[in-house]
Design a protein around this ligand. Sequence first.
Ligand code: BDP
Length: 698
Amino acid sequence: EDGYDLWMRYHLLAPEQVKRYDSHASQLIIGSTTPTQTATRDELQRGLNGLLGHAPLLSNDINRNGAIIVGTPSSSPLIARLKLDTTSLGNEGYLIRSVAVDGHTATVIVANTDVGALYGAFHFLRLLQTEQSVDHLDIHESPRLKLRVLEHWDYLNGQVERGYAGASIWDWWKLPDWRAPRYTDYARANASIGINGTVLNDVTDGATILTPTYLQKVAALADVFRPYGIRVYLSIRFSAPIEIGGLKTADPLDPQVQRWWREKADEIYRIIPDFGGFLVKANSEGQPGPEDYGRTHADGANVLADAVAPHGGIVMWRTFVYSQNNPDDRAKQAYEEFKPLDGRFRSNVILPVKNGPIDFQPREPFHPLFGAMPKTPLMMEFEITKEYLGFATHLVYLGPLYEEVLSADTMVHGKGSIVAKVIDGSLEGHTLTGMTGDSNIGTDRNWTGSDFNQANWYVFGRLAWNPTLSSRAIADEWVRMTFTNNNAFVKPVVDMMMGSREAVVDYMTPLGLVHLMGPGHHYGPAPWDASESRADWRPVYYHRADHEGIGFDRTSTGSDAVAQYAPPVAEQFNDLKQTPEQFLLFFHHVPWDYRMRSGQTLWYELVAHYSQGVDDVKQMRETWRHMDGYIDDQRYQQVASFLAIQQKEAQWWRDACIAYFQSISGLPLPPGYAPPEKSLKYYESLTFPFVPGYSSWQ
Ligand code: BDP
C-alpha cells in the first residue's frame, strides 16, 4: 500500500464484522439527481463494497430489514414521511438514526441539504471502519465552526512554500481542460472530515491568479469541488490593482482602487457563483498592504469586504504581522496593531490568528489576541505542514498541540473562556466563525510526505468541525481507518502518537524556548545563529542566553508582553513561580542555577529535557519495531526508516543545542548525561543549500 487511499481505505472487514454489518446494509435508498447525491451514493457503494465485500442493493422502496436511507426531507418522500426534526441541524449537520419504516428496520441518514447527507454518509462509513456498533444509532452532528478551510501555500509554478510532500497538486498548466482524478479524491478526503473551503494559492503569491486566464482554471477546480461542499478561496496580493489593473496606487481609500476590486469581484462571481472570498497577508514579511498608504488593516480589509459582500463572500485578513522596526518584542506586534481596530471591520471580515504569538513553534502559549477583540470574529490558524517540527520525516502528531491551544483559558470572561469558545463564536456571540490550516499536501503518492502526516490533515479537519473533540479519540479513529483495528496495534501506536509532540518539544525547544531552527529554511538546530538581516529572524533574539541565564523577559520588567493577556493570565505569566515550566523561558530570563520544581537547576533540567526527547524517539522506534507484521510492509518500512532519520536528527538537535548552550553557560554537564557527539564548531559548520519548501519563498 502506498498511502494514497488515506483514511478512506475501505478494506474488507473480518468475517464476524461483515456478518454484524450485513444486516444493516441490505438496501441503499438514495437519490441521484444532484451531483452531491451521486457523490454520496458512489461513496457509500465504494465504501460498503470494500468493507463488506458487496454493495447493498440500490432500491427505490424499502422492502426488507436493514436498508440505509439517505437524503433530505425535501428530496426524499420516504424521509419526509418520517417527520424527523431537522431544525437543529442547520445547513451542514445530519442525523443518523436507527428507525422502523413500514415494518422494516432501517438506518436513516438525514440532513437539510445534500452536503449534510454526504457528511452523514462519511460518518456512517467511519462507524464501520472503526468497527463500532450500528444497532441503535441516534447521532446528531453539526459543525461548530462555519469556515473549515485548508490553505495551500502553492505557487503557480508548482512549488509549495513550506511544502515537504512534493509539488503543488494543482496542475495549473493543464487546467482548466484536464481535471485530474486526484482533485476528486482530494475533495472526498476533505468532505469526509468536514472541510468546506480551500485556498488554492500561497499567501505571498503574486496577482496573476486574478487574471482571466487563471480564473478559468480556478473555476474548473471549483466545479470539481462543488459537489463535495467545498468552496474555493484565493489569496490576493494587495497591490494587484497596480500589477494587473494598471492603476498607480492600491490605496484602499482611493475610489478607483475600490472600483477595481468591485469589478474584479463581480468578474470572479460571474464565473464562480459560490466563490468563497479572499485571504490576505498584508504588511507582513515584506508583503504590500494598506499601511504602505498610511491606512489601517481595517481600511484594507474593508475595501475587499465591500467588493465581495454583494455576492455573499468573505475576507480572511491575517493578523500575522511583525516588522523589523519593532525594537521591542515581535510577540507583541499583532496585538498592538489589531486590538485598536476591534469593531472597525465589516461584518464579512474574519481575522485568522496563529495559535501562538510568534510563529507555529513546537510549543507557544496561546495568542493574546484570542479574547482581546470581542467585536471582531477571529479564526484559528494552525500550521499543518511541519515547517518547524522536522518536515516530512519526523513523526509528530499535532493533535495534542491543537488541543492544548483550543482548551487554553483566556479568562477574559472568567474561568472557562477557552480559546475554542472564542473561535466558535459562543464567547462573544459571533456567527462568522472558522479555522484555517496551512496544508501539508503535495504530489507525493501518500499526499503528505509521510503516512503519519496524514493524521495531521485528519485531526485538523475533525477539530475544525468540533474544536472540543479529544485529540486522543481522533488519533484512535484515524489509526483504525488508516492501518488496522487490531488493538495490539492501535493502543501502542496511539500512545506513540500522543507522546510524539512532547518529544519534539523536548529535543528542539524545551521549557518555553522558541525559534532555534536554522534561519530561513527552519531545518535543524541553529541556536547560535545571528546571520539573518533582521534581528527577529535570528535564533539568538529568541533565547537571549548569556553567562547569567537564558530566556526572553516578557514580564512587566521586560517587554511586558504578558500585559496583553487578561489580568489573571497576565499575573500568572508575570510571576516566575506561577508560570508553567513549559512556558518558562518564553516569559522569563532565568538564571542557569534557578531551582526548578523538580529541585534541580534550570541547566540540569534543560539538558534532561533535550535528552528525554531523544529517549522518547528511541522508544517510538522500539514501539514501531513491535508493530512489524500488523500492517502492509510498504508503509511499515517507510515509517521505520523515517523514525531512524528522526532519531538521528533528535540526537543532532540535542547535541548541537547542548554544545551551544554549554558554551554560553560554562557549566559542566550533569552527571550521567553523555557529552555531544561532535564539537560545537562541527554543528555550526553544517549547511543545507537545497532545503525543500524554502527556495521559492526567497
Ligand atoms: C512563517 C513561514 C513563512 C510564511 C509565514 C506566514 O516561515 O514562510 O509565509 O509563516 O504565515 O512561519 O505568512
